[in-house]
Design a protein around this ligand. Sequence first.
Ligand SMILES: Cc1cc2nc3c(=O)[nH]c(=O)nc-3n(C[C@H](O)[C@H](O)[C@H](O)COP(=O)(O)OP(=O)(O)OC[C@H]3O[C@@H](n4cnc5c(N)ncnc54)[C@H](O)[C@@H]3O)c2cc1C
Ligand SMILES: *[C@@H]1O[C@H](CO)[C@@H](O)[C@H](O)[C@H]1NC(C)=O
Ligand SMILES: *[C@@H]1O[C@H](CO)[C@@H](O)[C@H](O)[C@H]1NC(C)=O
Ligand SMILES: *[C@@H]1O[C@H](CO)[C@@H](O)[C@H](O)[C@H]1NC(C)=O
Ligand SMILES: *[C@@H]1O[C@H](CO)[C@@H](O)[C@H](O)[C@H]1NC(C)=O
Ligand SMILES: *[C@@H]1O[C@H](CO)[C@@H](O)[C@H](O)[C@H]1NC(C)=O
Ligand SMILES: *[C@@H]1O[C@H](CO)[C@@H](O)[C@H](O)[C@H]1NC(C)=O
Ligand SMILES: *[C@@H]1O[C@H](CO)[C@@H](O)[C@H](O)[C@H]1NC(C)=O
Length: 397
Amino acid sequence: MLTKLPALLLLLASQRLVNAVNFAWEETQLTKDDIGTFNSIAFADTAAAPSVPVDSNVNLTASSGRECKVGPWDAAWPTEVEWAAFNTSLDGALIMTVPQGAVCYPNNPHYDKAACAAVVEATGDTGGIVVDPSNIVQPWSAGEPCNITETPIGNCTLGGFPVYIVNATMVKHVQLGVNFARNKGIRLVVKNTGHDFVGRSVGAGALSIWLHNLQGQKFLPDFTGSNYRGPAAQIAGGTQGWQVYNFMADNNISIVAPGESTVAILGGFTAVGGHSALTSYHGMGSDQALQLQVVTADGRFLQVDTDNNADLFFAMRGGGGSTYGIVTSAVVKAFPPLTLQTAQFMWSGSLDANFSSPNIDPSTGAITVDKEAFWSGVREWIQFSRSVSSGKTKMSL
Ligand SMILES: Cc1cc2nc3c(=O)[nH]c(=O)nc-3n(C[C@H](O)[C@H](O)[C@H](O)COP(=O)(O)OP(=O)(O)OC[C@H]3O[C@@H](n4cnc5c(N)ncnc54)[C@H](O)[C@@H]3O)c2cc1C
Ligand SMILES: *[C@@H]1O[C@H](CO)[C@@H](O)[C@H](O)[C@H]1NC(C)=O
Ligand SMILES: *[C@@H]1O[C@H](CO)[C@@H](O)[C@H](O)[C@H]1NC(C)=O
Ligand SMILES: *[C@@H]1O[C@H](CO)[C@@H](O)[C@H](O)[C@H]1NC(C)=O
Ligand SMILES: *[C@@H]1O[C@H](CO)[C@@H](O)[C@H](O)[C@H]1NC(C)=O
Ligand SMILES: *[C@@H]1O[C@H](CO)[C@@H](O)[C@H](O)[C@H]1NC(C)=O
Ligand SMILES: *[C@@H]1O[C@H](CO)[C@@H](O)[C@H](O)[C@H]1NC(C)=O
Ligand SMILES: *[C@@H]1O[C@H](CO)[C@@H](O)[C@H](O)[C@H]1NC(C)=O
């Protein structure tokens, strides 16, 4: 009996140390029963070569003459019946893209003068772009095919925007989007808030998975991982900076979050690095994750941490947004509260009809500010800083 003890201890030690911390909507995952005979939404056969679509109708070579993804311009693009079946598997969560500016174009079936005025006003702020399923903060990267303006020129087209969008509210939706795109050979993109500077959250002819409605935040006062014990927070994939700020205030904690209030905390911020006002104290965005919940390219839902899928855990904290998998939620470190004030101050001058100003040196482009103006600005800033109360402030959009 005694001789068996070391083996037993070894076995216990090699088991999962930390259970997956999931939101209720993460428990609804794609099952064999959901798939039934609808092969287009089947999981990847991981034994097969990764790039072979399981749907035999899809021949990437034949569809475009080269190894390209299937687009609406190809014969292999799913029929309306197939899209409808996909939508049924999603319980109706499939959206056909209507660019946010469509309401501004008199030729467009969605034209609505009043709605256009409202959209122009709302998108003056990034918050109005985040809530749209397809629009992005840098629309030049989609080719500016449908401008949000009350005086449009040309016609509104899809350009670089995706064709269909999965409005994900549960893990099953994310898995379905990944499986359908892979099996049909369709380009897949992921939009969280759409802040990416070079348009990585859009793509022409693509199916998009929109993460905005994956919501929830929960304080875990005593989280235990194999390399960490202490306060942590469970955060849903669609959570934006401003929601984290409110969550911190409600729970008397600090979390490393994006400075821009509408950037997502678990999108590019965690995947690529992430700078925060607290970075010099607590590290970068990527340093905060203790556990990630991830849907990978084969459609599987994985717990990713130091003990489970450790290779992914390493890669996904710096390896790039949407590169290795789709993060539906994460556990991140929480710290004791730290009150901080930030202020931004700038001097501006007026430009004349030639877009020049006496403060701009035309030969160098350098902007100069005279001493009086500079020190009066500094005085303003100090007075402003003193007047701001040191209590917690809440922010909402
Ligand atoms: C106005 C502005 C202010 C900014 N301020 C800051 C700042 O204060 N600090 C800072 O560090 N950065 C800042 N950034 C940069 C920002 O962090 C990056 O643009 C980041 O990539 C945005 O991520 P997102 O998920 O919000 O945006 P998205 O454009 O939706 O996504 C970015 C990329 O990540 C992928 N992705 C998004 N979510 C997921 C997910 N859950 N799983 C897998 N892939 C995903 C997308 O497919 C895309 O490739 C700012 C950017 C802008 C435009
Ligand atoms: C795909 O199409 C190409 C060109 O028509 C053909 O040569 C190839 O055999 C096809 N592949 C499959 C797997 O059907
Ligand atoms: C998907 O189904 C829902 C519910 O029936 C419907 O409202 C929606 O328009 C459908 N989406 C598409 C792209 O047809
Ligand atoms: C949108 O605006 C850009 C920049 O002014 C312009 O190049 C583009 O043609 C416009 N798009 C449409 C559809 O008019
Ligand atoms: C816009 O669409 C209308 C109607 O479909 C068409 O007559 C017109 O030529 C289009 N304009 C441009 C600039 O493409
Ligand atoms: C996305 O889904 C949520 C939950 O079903 C719903 O409330 C919301 O209106 C949907 N958004 C769009 C743009 O269809
Ligand atoms: C917040 O936390 C700090 C340090 O952890 C503690 O000193 C303070 O009393 C707490 N405040 C409230 C309102 O709980
Ligand atoms: C703008 O430039 C033109 C040509 O150099 C000049 O004639 C004009 O006076 C300038 N206008 C102003 C307001 O400086």
